[in-house]
Write a protein that binds this ligand. Structure first.
Ligand SMILES: [Fe+2]
Ligand SMILES: [Fe+2]
Length: 156
């Protein structure tokens, strides 16, 4: 059983930040899964695979942040309508058709950059107050940076 960690000097907005992370990652996971299924046309296979990997990665982030919220005694966002309201990026409908791979990549790069900025802020905010969350934010940042590089490489 995971017990609440009481030694953390909690920032008043920390639980809200963590819920923003959970909401954003949940939507990102959904979006990348969707893109992985609709990507079509010549050379869509590597992109589709990358989107599927990214969907799994974001889902893993969602899982970690949800666990952290519970450890800190908070309540994870659970209503889908809240995911959209709380997410650290503004969600827009994914394209209906997957034949414009470049557009899909560019849109995803925007999402990854928003994630990077969000985790950068969270990491610096928690540096002196909450080592566990700080490390989680740093790890997520490294993952998003790796994904950003992979997407960029596909554009060349
Ligand atoms: Fe993520
Ligand atoms: Fe990502």
């Amino acid at each position: 059983m995971v017990r609440p960690v009481l030694s953390v000097k909690k920032e008043p907005t920390l639980l809200d930040d963590l819920n923003q992370a959970l909401a954003g990652e949940t939507l990102a996971a959904f979006r990348y899964l969707y893109l992985s299924k609709i990507a079509s046309g010549i050379s869509s296979l590597p992109l589709s695979k990358l989107f599927k990997e990214m969907a799994d990665g974001e889902w893993d982030h969602a899982s970690r942040f949800m666990e952290r919220i519970i450890q800190l005694g908070g309540v994870p966002v659970s209503k889908p309508v809240e995911w959209e309201k709380k997410a650290f990026f503004s969600y827009s409908d994914p394209p209906r058709r997957g034949n414009d791979l470049k557009a899909m990549i560019k849109e995803s790069l925007k999402l990854e950059r928003s994630s990077l900025e969000f985790y950068q802020r969270l990491a610096s905010k928690t540096r002196d107050t909450d080592m566990v969350t700080h490390k989680m934010a740093m790890d997520a940042m490294a993952d998003e940076a790796r994904e950003e590089r992979k997407l960029t490489a596909l554009l060349d």
